[in-house]
Design a protein around this ligand. Sequence first.
Ligand SMILES: *[C@@H]1O[C@H](CO)[C@@H](O)[C@H](O)[C@H]1NC(C)=O
Length: 258
Amino acid sequence: MTYLGRILFLSILLVFFVKQSEAVCGYESCPETKANMVNIHLVPHSHNDVGWLKTVDQSYYGYKNKIHHAGVQYILDSVVSQLLQDPNRRFIQVETAFFAKWWNVQSETMKKVVTKLVNEGRFEFTGGAWSMNDEADVNYQGVIDQFTVGLKFLNETFGSCGRPRVGWQIDTFGHSREQAAIFAHMGYDGQFFSRMDHNDKDTRMNDLTMEMIWDASESMSGVSLFSGMLYNFYSDTRAFASTYFALMSPLSMVTAKK
Ligand SMILES: *[C@@H]1O[C@H](CO)[C@@H](O)[C@H](O)[C@H]1NC(C)=O
C-alpha cells in the first residue's frame, strides 16, 4: 500500500470507529425496503473451493495462478476495504477454512474492524462450515464433523453474530434429503443451492416452485427446511440486466397468471 493509501485507509478506520451506531446483526440488519416496489438486494458471496484444481494453500496465497486464477487472501482484503467505503454494502462468507486462515494473520485493529462489520450484519456468514461439503458421496458423520469445526470457530470468534442462518450449497453436484435434515436439526432457517437437473429446473421455473419447504425426513415428522434455488446459477452479474431479467421473469409470470 502506498503512503497516501495508508493514510486514506487509517482515516476511514478512524471515521468508522468514531461513528457510534446501535446496529444489530441478523435479519434486523437488512436494509429497509420500500413498499409497492420490487426491492432487489445484490449480495456478493464467497465461493472458494477448499481444494479443487489447486491445493488449499495455493488457492489461499494465489500461487500457481496459471492453473486457476485464485488468491483467496486478496478477496478478503478487498472485501473488507469495500465494505468500509459504503455502509449499504454487504458480503456473505461461506468457507470457514479460508476465513480462519485469513483471520489468524490479521492485526488486532483489523480484527476489531471485521468484528464490528459482523456485529452490524454487513459481513455475514452463510453455510459457515469448514468447506461446502459434497452431498452425494459423504457420510452424515463427515458432514456433522466439518460443520462442527467451522461453526465452533465462528462461535468462538464472533459469538452469536457469527452464527450462519442459511446453508449455502451452491456448487454441490446434486442434493440429498439428509443434508436438508441436518441443516434443519442444526437450527438453520433455510438453504440455497444452484446445481440441479435441468429438467427439474425447467419444470420449477414454469411452476414457480424454485422455492419450497422441503420435508426433509422420511422417519421424523416436522423436519422441514426452506430451500431456494438460484435462478442464474451462482455467476456474477456480468451485466446487471442479466440478473435483472433472471429475477424479473418469474415475477412477470406471476403477473401474467393473475
Ligand atoms: C458459543 O460460545 C459460547 C462462549 O464460549 C458458549 O457458551 C456456547 O455454548 C457456544 N455455543 C455453541 C452452540 O457451541
